[in-house]
Write a protein that binds this ligand. Sequence first.
Ligand code: DC
Length: 220
Amino acid sequence: MQNNLRVVTLDGPAGVGKTTLAKRVAQELSIAYLDTGAMFRIFGWKFGKSAQNMSEKELEDHIAQYTFSLSGIGFDSVLSVNGAPVGDEIRTEEVAALASSVAKLPAVRNALKRVQREISTQTSLVAEGRDMGSVVFPTAKYKFFLDATAEERGARRFNQLQEMGKEADLDRIIEQIKERDLQDRTRTIAPLVAAKDAHIIDTTHLDIDGVFNSIMNFFD
Ligand code: DC
């Protein structure tokens, strides 16, 4: 890895505001933003529930058909799969649940870890995910872990949906967040956990600017 390349890791549970913050931090630092959740969503979307019944070898063969690339900086970062930018088709609760399921499979995690590390040899980046600081980039100099209660995260998501004029059921959203938390925190490989040397930021009582400022305070 070239000396001038750097990796900032931003991990935390679903709905904590990682994406907004990771993009903003990447923009401020003029480096790329990598959405690793989108990579798991792609496999969840493409493989569906059948992934759970595939052998390690079958999965590896399927995975080998996909190549990922990252271009651009900050808000303009673009993650592509097989040359085409990842679109909104993966941004549904259904795909999120499938992503959380395939994220338990060693073949998927290992393949994506390799790809994520490979991308980091080509560009400096803010890597957003669940295990960026703990597993994929253990030697990263800047590691952050954002947290907030499931109720607070559910309320934020509910407000977002309402602002977009979409129908939303707060109790159902909180329930889905708790289900995904449980799945992400209790899986055997690379569970959602803060790296020992990560800066943990409880965002429950902070707005986006407050979290952004506390992150940026750590940079020289
Ligand atoms: O961040 P997201 O909601 O788009 O992530 C979708 C799912 O992918 C999430 O439930 C857990 C999984 N994931 C993971 O296991 N490791 C990552 N680095 C990123 C996401």
